[in-house]
Design a protein around this ligand. Structure first.
Ligand code: TYD
Ligand code: MG
Length: 452
């Protein structure tokens, strides 16, 4: 028998509780609980006839994974090589970052390939989308738009039009009629997602759902959403600047460390095929504190400028700030510089920044951070034609990095003439590289190589 019950849900993470609580035990957020009605006891049991048997792994036949290409290379790569039919993809990002723009552009490319596309919007009116479509060159009679937030209708229309790719913009505006909670509540978001998941699998339709992001960078609504979908992509960037990064945080059909780089222009999103060039654009030449590092973003090496500023402190405690690199890592590297290179930074503030809004977690950036700090501390510039890679250990040793030759090749391609590389990465390839490769074993070697 179906029974109605009241449960409190955390609107941030979906934690369930029978009573209201001030602080969520799940995500530690304050004042996030809201009361929602749920129907329990519905018969969701599988009937005996539908029970499936286990199979030997060797007897499982491989179903061919069919992919649809969007021909937006940056997007295809993040998806793991195009859209997988029947997959459910969640795209999260701050409002106004360009999610709708990206998906509309994707649809126009698919339509050009005769793929049946349905764009469902619960946020904008038909004429708004049409006007944007015109501006983005996504104005094609085969492009179907639907403005509705009723899930039953959306499901029916997907069947009716036999859509191959569907956009749901956004999950927070969709509602299943048989649940009387408001759209955007935990119960609704969960129900809508699970029904879309079922539809995607049974109908072999690829569904992209747009999800808004809360202030601390989580997709609003239950975190269970991320477990239900096949892939989770985040679209991020600084709104004031044009650079937009598409990042996969979960992908059942590919690697998660690929990024797609775009530039927001008056004509929509433009792909950035050569991110190094963009990130190095406008870089100051021969200024103390500025270095270029080669980081890996997925399978691709990207050169970025890293800046440090070391200045006399006006406080009892020196300030350390980092943007784009891990704060604790910067502190660790400062400690290593003090202990292993005799650079006393206790009376200096240190600021470290990655230009262009990129966030780097690649350990190979360590040496770059340390050398940028050293350069600013000594007030001596590192030649702008030098790039640096290397991980630093607590003993001051420089450890090898992954894909060293790819990084060196990228630096060579971008016109650098000299590269500081860990000795343990030494190889024939690097010895024969088109640029001068300087191998270093420890932090003093590196300082010696750069500052004499
Ligand atoms: P939008 O795709 O609506 O963001 P989201 O769906 O993530 O909320 O993007 C809106 C922003 O993008 C808006 O501030 C204007 C900007 N924009 C451009 O600069 N150029 C364009 O061609 C378009 C369509 C949008
Ligand atoms: Mg939008």
């Amino acid at each position: 028998m179906a029974k109605e019950k009241k449960i409190f849900f955390c609107t941030e993470c979906g934690y369930e509780s029978a009573k209201w609580m001030g602080q969520c035990p799940g995500c530690k957020g304050w004042n996030t609980f809201s009361e929602e009605k749920v129907i329990t006891g519905k018969s969701g049991k599988v009937k005996p006839a539908e029970r499936v048997e286990a199979k030997k792994i060797t007897e499982v036949s491989a179903e061919e994974e069919v992919r649809l290409m969007t021909h937006i290379e940056e997007l295809d790569r993040v998806l793991g090589g195009g859209i997988v039919r029947g997959s459910l993809v969640l795209i999260g990002g701050d409002p106004g970052i360009g999610k709708s723009t990206l998906l509309l552009q994707m649809c126009s490319r698919l339509v050009a390939d005769k793929v049946k596309v349905l764009y469902v919007s619960g946020e904008e009116s038909l004429s708004q989308i049409m006007m944007r479509g015109k501006r983005l060159n996504a104005y094609d009679e085969n492009m179907l738009l639907l403005c509705d937030n009723d899930l039953d209708n959306v499901e029916a229309k997907i069947e009716k039009y036999d859509s191959e790719v569907v956009i749901i913009d956004s999950i927070q505006t969709m509602a299943a009629a048989d649940i009387d909670n408001a759209p955007g509540t935990v119960t609704q978001v969960r129900e809508v997602t699970s029904r879309l998941l079922k539809l995607a699998k049974t109908h072999n339709t690829a569904i992209f759902i747009v999800g808004h992001v809360t202030k601390d960078g989580q997709v609003a609504g239950p975190r269970t959403l991320e477990h239900m979908v096949d892939s989770v992509l985040y679209f991020e960037g600084d709104e004031s600047e044009g650079v937009r990064l598409l990042r996969a945080v979960k992908n059942r059909f590919g690697s998660t460390n690929e990024i797609g780089v775009f530039n927001m222009t008056g004509e929509g999103l433009e792909e950035v095929r050569n991110p190094s060039q963009m990130f190095l654009n406008g870089r100051p030449e021969d200024v103390p504190g500025s270095v270029v590092i080669a980081t890996m973003e997925g399978t691709r090496s990207v050169l970025v400028e890293l800046q440090a500023l070391v200045a006399d402190t006006n406080f009892n405690m020196p300030r350390r700030t980092s943007v784009g690199v891990d704060y604790n890592r910067v502190n660790l590297l400062i400690a290593v510089l003090e202990k292993r290179a005799g650079m006393y930074l206790g009376n200096y503030d240190c600021y470290v920044n990655i230009a262009g809004g990129l966030k780097i977690s690649d350990p190979a950036s360590d040496l770059g951070v340390a050398m940028a700090i050293t350069s600013s501390f000594k007030n001596r510039a590192i030649p702008s034609s030098t790039a640096i890679i290397g991980e630093i250990g607590l003993a001051g040793e420089i450890r090898g990095v992954t894909s060293a030759s790819r990084r060196v090749t990228e630096a060579e391609k971008m016109g650098f003439t000299r590269m500081i590389v860990p000795l343990s990465n030494r190889s024939k390839d690097l010895d024969n590289a088109g640029i001068e490769v300087v191998y270093v074993k420890n932090i003093s070697d590196a300082i010696h190589a750069l500052f004499g």
